[in-house]
Write a protein of this length. Structure first.
Length: 475
């Protein structure tokens, strides 16, 4: 009877000390710790990380290439002035000013003013003293009419801009995936540290209780030794987990930046969100994902390849068009009184035709075959990418379903181990068990909780893989 009374007193002592310790730890944590959620963290990465900013340059490059290609259709003003004077003799003084307007199809409109004089002027350059005006058109009726280099450059630049937007999304998604995995590793390290910290407190309370029991003659000295071994083992594991958490925090800091490329160092009072499981689908925009209704053709990678294929097709059309001969027709109306509209008539004109065609067309035929080979290579890439994406998404989806089952089993295991430990502690308090069995039960519980943390990390990592393979952007 006396033994049971002493055991009850010892148990009350344990409960009181544990309650006070937990309350003090909870209050300290509430007053000092600040939670950084996954959504807030990815918001910083998406807004300020240098690689994300670098990805934006891809779109800027596409827009500049588009602007450059449009410059091929800018109106042009050309002035050619040539004069020769020798021994007080003006051989010639020639001025030729031209204004050209290129258009989409191989048609170019132009206006010209010509003024020539001199003693030794070429007879064909002789014109009225007031100068000669002309307006006309130049047409490439074969090679450059349907497809020409300026036209193909502009079309390819437009496609490159669209492709750049898809490539940017892929690059940003990839850096956010890496940042997410780093956050989950930080969360895992934090949870592991908390587990060891909690059990250090338990081991310390148990050691103090056993030592007090030994001092009053209720326990053997060897029990204090075993309790101290367990305490130091918990402290050792906690110290290892603390260093792991510090390293994970520093790794997380690599993704935290402010404006003007200012890096942020994570403060000690910033902790991860332990309720990440509740909102991970909302953050990754995967809550409404349905494999059966998913259209692989809308995937950014597939769209990027499609834009690439269309650009190569334009290049093929240009190469095929280059097999045609160059036939350039030019016709200009001439007048020395441009202010009179009807002075431009068919009786005064300057015209010409220019024809050019390589005899063997070896370069042109090789360019066409190379363009077709590039298209065929891209077709293979599109088909392979389509199958790879489908299989990866299906595998990840099944893996996530498996994690749900695994989590149910692991939750049950942790609960059962907690029940066993609680029962063993009660038996120990009333003298029907040993400190060895209590430590053994506790070690099993610690292993089960660590496995649960690792399982949660793998689940989060797989969610991040789904987010990465879908190439969506988080909210």
């Amino acid at each position: 009877m006396d033994q049971k009374i002493k055991a009850n007193k010892t148990m009350k002592y344990f409960v009181l000390v544990m309650f006070i310790s937990c309350c003090s730890m909870l209050n300290a944590q509430q007053t000092t710790d600040s939670i950084m959620t996954l959504s807030e963290y990815l918001g910083f990465v998406k807004s300020f990380h240098p690689i994300v900013k670098q990805a934006n340059l891809i779109v800027d490059e596409g827009e500049l290439k588009l602007l450059k290609s449009r410059g091929a259709f800018d109106p042009k003003l050309e002035v050619d002035y040539d004069r020769k004077k020798f021994k007080n003799t003006e051989y010639y003084d020639k001025l030729n000013a031209t204004f050209k307007i290129p258009t989409w199809y191989g048609v170019e409109f132009k206006g010209n003013f010509e003024e020539n004089e001199g003693v030794y002027l070429n007879p064909e350059a002789t014109i009225p003293e007031e100068g000669l005006y002309s307006v006309g058109v130049s047409i490439d009726i074969a090679r450059g009419l349907i497809m020409n280099e300026r036209m193909s450059m502009l079309k390819q630049a437009k496609l490159f801009t669209q492709q750049a937007a898809m490539d940017r999304q892929l690059l940003v998604n990839d850096i956010l995936y890496q940042a997410s995995v780093t956050y989950f590793n930080w969360l895992r390290a934090y949870n592991q540290k908390q587990v060891y910290q909690d059990f250090v407190e338990n081991a310390n309370l148990r050691f103090e209780g056993v030592k007090k029991s030994y001092q009053v003659g209720e326990r053997a000295a060897i029990d204090t030794t075993e309790a101290r071994i367990a305490l130091n083992d918990r402290r050792l594991n906690y110290e290892k987990s603390r260093i792991t958490y510090i390293k994970a925090s520093l790794e997380l800091s690599n993704y935290l930046w402010l404006e003007n490329n200012i890096p942020i160092e994570l403060q000690d009072n910033i902790i991860p969100d332990t309720n990440t499981l509740l909102n991970i689908d909302a953050v990754f925009s995967t809550s409404e994902f349905d494999l059966a209704s998913f259209d692989i053709a809308t995937h950014p990678k597939m769209l990027s390849l499609e834009y690439k294929y269309e650009g190569l097709n334009i290049n093929r059309r240009l190469a095929a068009n280059n097999l045609l001969p160059k036939i350039n027709l030019e016709y200009n109306f001439l007048s020395q009184t441009p202010e009179v509209i009807n002075s431009f008539n068919t009786s005064n004109y300057k015209s010409g035709v220019n024809v050019s065609l390589p005899l063997f067309l070896r370069k042109e035929r090789a360019d066409l075959k190379l363009a077709k080979l590039k298209m065929l290579d891209t077709e293979f890439e599109i088909e392979a990418t389509k199958v790879t994406l489908k299989n990866k998404i299906s595998a990840i989806n099944q893996e996530l379903s498996s994690f749900t089952v695994q989590n149910e089993y692991n939750t049950s295991i942790v609960s059962d181990y907690e029940t066993l430990l609680s029962a063993e502690e009660r038996k120990f308090f009333i003298g029907e068990s040993s400190i060895f069995l209590v430590n053994s039960r506790e070690s099993k519980l610690i292993d089960a909780k660590l496995k649960a943390i690792d399982l949660e990390y793998k689940f989060f990592e797989t969610k991040a893989k789904l987010f990465n393979i879908l190439a969506v952007l988080p909210i």
